[in-house]
Structures are given as structure tokens and as C-alpha cells.
Write a protein that binds this ligand. Structure first.
Ligand SMILES: Nc1ncnc2c1ncn2[C@@H]1O[C@H](COP(=O)(O)OP(=O)(O)O)[C@@H](O)[C@H]1O
Ligand SMILES: Cc1ncsc1CCOP(=O)(O)O
Ligand SMILES: [Mg+2]
Length: 268
């Protein structure tokens, strides 16, 4: 089966099963990420306290961890949740927001990556900084590098941590260290809406929950955002409208659109 067909089937599974996705995310992303997880057809729960993450992980179908607005107490919850997920075989995603901006943030991202996430999803600057220290570090949450520059780093991270690595941007790139694929689409206006990347991380949890292969689930999640982003940007007056159109378009997305509108690039 082609990846577009698999993506279509995975979307139908998300809709049929409405998997419970435990999201530990930042204050900026909480609202939109929860809404976009709902729009794709899954059930989000923003649960992060160290007192309950372990118990909650046991009932969740996937976990996503995003370090956007970390503080020490949050890191404790993230660390416990990540260890629990790896121990019980729950698929989980790491979003290393602004990795490279400060030493502490980079260290936290690397400690979480060492707990073996199923998927690491970030923009190019974050993936570069997670893989190796650089002279020019990322300025913050927005990427200052093109996706192509982070491909080698993504392959290396995939091998080091045994994870799928997705680098998002103008053309997304996904690798498991040997297989790789590009996903085209979306629109530059997406960079003017904060927390879309964080929301994609949360939505990836929904696809991981229902998939047989983490690589295939990642492709499906990335494709869903590219299609919804392209559709949302049509005659769009600006970022405010795009933000909520993303919810409408993810909700409207169906298997037929996944099959016909996913623009997948094979590099092999
Ligand atoms: N220049 C662009 N053109 C088209 N789509 C984009 C562009 N930049 C980002 N996207 C899309 O926006 C979404 C969020 O990705 P990105 O902006 O890389 O994440 P982050 O918000 O974490 O930096 C992804 O679906 C990505 O494909
Ligand atoms: C602005 C901001 N500051 C800390 S987290 C955050 C949101 C980042 O969202 P994204 O990584 O999806 O752009
Ligand atoms: Mg981000």
C-alpha cells in the first residue's frame, strides 16, 4: 500500500477509535493543541502534574511532551511521564521547543530524548541543536534554518535514540535513520500562527495511537497538517483566521482527501 492510502486508513482509525492523547504542553499551546486534537477526531487531556502523570499514562493511548514553557516542577512531571511511557510501551512524542536557546533547555531536551521517545518532532533549528552543539544557536521557538540543513542531524538522532525524527518547515522531512520521506504542502502563513507545531506534535500522538508503524503514523500526521494548512490558507485574510480554519479543515478532512491531496516525496 502507498503511504497516502495508509494515511487515509489511519485517519479513519483515529475517527473510529478517538484515542485518548495525554498532552504535556506549554501555556501558549494548551488551547489550540487540544482543539486540533479534537478536530482530527481524538480526545486530548492536558495532564502534567508529577502526582498523576504515571497513573494517567496507564489509561492513555499516547503521550506527547513539549518543553515550550518548562519550569523545574514541569520537568519532573515530564521525566516521570516519559519513563512510564517507555516502560509500559506507550507511544510518545518529544517536541524540543527552542532547544539550543539556553543550556538548561538543551540539557532537558537531551535528557528526555535519552528516555527513548517514539517520535521526535521539531523545526530545523531545534533538531540541529538537539543533535549537536552549534556556534550559532536557535533564537527561540521559530526556526532560523531550512529543513534541508537538518536532514543529516535528523538521521543521526534517529539512530542514536531509535526514534522516528520529523523536521517540519516548508517541506517536512521524516526519517527512521534509513527510510525517509518528504511531505509538501501547507503555506508560509502557518509560520505566523503560534503553537501550530506544538499542535502537530499533539496530533501526532493520535496517529501513533492507532498505527502499526510509527513511521507511517508520523507521515499521516504530517500530511494531515499539510493538507489542512493548504486548504486553510486559500483566500485567507491573515493568521487570525488561519488559526481557527485549521480546526475546521482538520475536522473536514476525510480519507478521500488524504488519498488525493497528500503530497509525498520519495527520496530513495
Ligand atoms: N514555509 C512553510 N510553508 C508551508 N508549511 C509550513 C511552512 N513552515 C511551517 N509549515 C508547516 O507548519 C506546521 C508547523 O511547523 P513548524 O512551523 O516547522 O513548527 P514549529 O511551530 O514548531 O516551528 C507544519 O505542518 C509545517 O509543515
Ligand atoms: C511562543 C512560545 N513560547 C514558548 S512556547 C511557545 C509556542 C511555540 O509554538 P510552536 O513551536 O508551535 O511555534
Ligand atoms: Mg515548535
Amino acid at each position: 500500500m502507498q503511504y497516502a492510502d495508509i494515511s487515509a486508513e489511519l485517519l479513519e482509525r483515529v475517527r473510529a477509535r478517538a484515542p485518548l492523547v495525554q498532552c504535556i504542553t506549554n501555556f501558549v499551546a494548551m488551547d489550540i493543541a487540544a482543539n486540533l486534537v479534537l478536530a482530527i477526531g481524538a480526545s486530548p487531556a492536558m495532564v502534567h502534574a508529577k502526582e498523576e502523570v504515571e497513573e494517567f499514562a496507564a489509561i492513555a493511548s499516547a503521550l506527547t511532551i513539549n518543553i515550550g514553557t518548562i519550569a523545574p516542577e514541569w520537568v519532573e512531571g515530564m521525566s516521570l511521564a516519559a519513563s512510564t511511557a517507555s516502560r509500559i510501551g506507550l507511544p510518545w512524542v518529544l517536541d524540543p521547543v527552542a532547544c539550543g536557546a539556553t543550556r538548561w533547555r538543551t540539557q532537558v531536551a537531551r535528557e528526555l530524548a535519552a528516555k527513548r521517545p517514539t517520535l521526535i518532532r521539531g523545526n530545523a533549528s531545534e533538531i540541529l541543536a538537539l543533535q549537536a552543539d552549534r556556534e550559532t544557536t536557535t533564537r527561540g521557538v521559530d526556526s532560523t534554518d531550512p529543513v534541508e540543513r537538518a536532514q543529516t542531524a535528523a538521521r543521526a538522532l534517529a539512530k542514536t535514540y531509535g526514534a522516528i525524527v520529523a523536521v517540519t518547515g516548508a517541506t517536512d522531512f521524516v526519517t527512521d535513520g534509513s527510510r525517509e520521506l518528504g511531505i509538501e504542502g501547507g503555506d508560509p502563513l502557518m509560520t505566523k500562527v503560534t503553537a501550530l507545531g506544538c499542535s502537530l506534535t499533539a496530533v501526532s500522538g493520535a496517529f501513533l495511537a492507532v498505527g502499526d508503524s510509527a513511521f507511517e503514523s508520523t507521515v499521516a500526521a504530517l500530511a494531515s497538517f499539510k493538507i489542512a494548512g493548504s486548504r486553510s490558507a486559500l483566500n485567507c485574510p491573515g493568521p487570525g483566521t488561519l488559526r481557527w480554519r485549521m480546526a475546521d479543515e482538520l475536522h473536514r478532512l476525510d480519507a478521500a482527501a488524504m488519498r488525493s491531496e497528500a503530497r509525498l516525496l520519495s527520496y530513495a
